[in-house]
Design a protein around this ligand. Sequence first.
Ligand SMILES: Nc1nc2c(ncn2[C@@H]2O[C@H](COP(=O)(O)OP(=O)(O)O)[C@@H](O)[C@H]2O)c(=O)[nH]1
Ligand SMILES: [Mg+2]
Ligand SMILES: [Zn+2]
Length: 353
Amino acid sequence: MPASDAAGRLGVNDLECLRQIGWLEAALPEPPRPGDFLARVVVHHRASLEVHDGRESFSAKPVPRLRHALGDASQRPTVGDWVWVRARADEWHVIDLLPRRSVLMRGAAGDRYGRQSLAANVDLVLIVVGADRDFNLRRIERYLTLVAGSGAQPIVVLTKIDKLAEGELADFREALAQTTDAPTFCINAKDSDSVAPLLADLQPGQTAVLVGSSGAGKSTLTNRLAGVDLRTGAVRERDGRGRHTTVTRQLVQLPGGACLIDTPGLREIKFTGEEPSETPLFDDIEDLAGGCRFRDCSHQEEPGCAVQSAVAEGKLDPQRLASWRKLNAESSQRQAEAQEFARRQSRKASRQR
Ligand SMILES: Nc1nc2c(ncn2[C@@H]2O[C@H](COP(=O)(O)OP(=O)(O)O)[C@@H](O)[C@H]2O)c(=O)[nH]1
Ligand SMILES: [Mg+2]
Ligand SMILES: [Zn+2]
């Protein structure tokens, strides 16, 4: 057990301490058993979790029920989760999860349907994109789609603007503005002054998670925001990827009172099939569609299609229309898989009762 237990510090919750790591409720819930206490998952390792009680962090093992969670990985404890911790046989155990107020999920990699929670109880998702070959509007749309189902708000952070030539930044800004209404910050992640406006935007008590490709500048930004030095790496010339890549997700406290979760880059941004079908992401297309002659217009070859007219007039980027079509098709496919998965899960749950 951590040494501090002998001093009687661990094992007793202090509301003020929990606030430091993002606890928002006015009071503490009743523990499942006397002696259980609340902590927040700050690092996610393969077999164990690092949890924090607002004073210090320590390692804790999720009980088997939570590790397996009926084969639904999204229900296992993840970074940002609030958990009940119990002392048992000289070890700390995570025995239960508190309900999440938001959770950023993606479809699990691989052929079988699955969901993975990337971060729980987050207010903001910072989509970090480098102003270099990393920049890809279609990928940003995919991130925005995931965020739309999370309960958190998106912010786009364009990094590496110090590498741009005169006038190039305006093009990036323009492209972003046509893709999303989300607040956008254009920064040099290595420069404290440059990240200051973003830091000022993160309110005390808020939790933000960083997502984006490997090498986009997430860890560099975390370091600047936190004023500490986590490991970041020089980008390899060949593929633009960071060398000391972040391998675990971790939560750090920021000077202004917000919390930040750094993540490793996602190789695949797969949908869960539970993203809302109505998102502000393609408002421009949905608005235009209101002007189509047919209510169920698919915007392909129908006469009187306002969307196709907008493309012809150069008012709508045809790539954006193609992206909208592709994302819709993919979402419906994943939605069907998600429904099948939900049916299987409820059969499993009823067998366990
Ligand atoms: N010039 C410049 N380099 C940056 C910026 N942000 C990140 N880098 C560099 O890009 C590389 C990858 O950054 P890192 O933070 O490890 O990316 P991560 O994989 O997203 O965590 C490192 O060499 C950083 O120094 C930036 O805004 N400007
Ligand atoms: Mg990193
Ligand atoms: Zn149409």
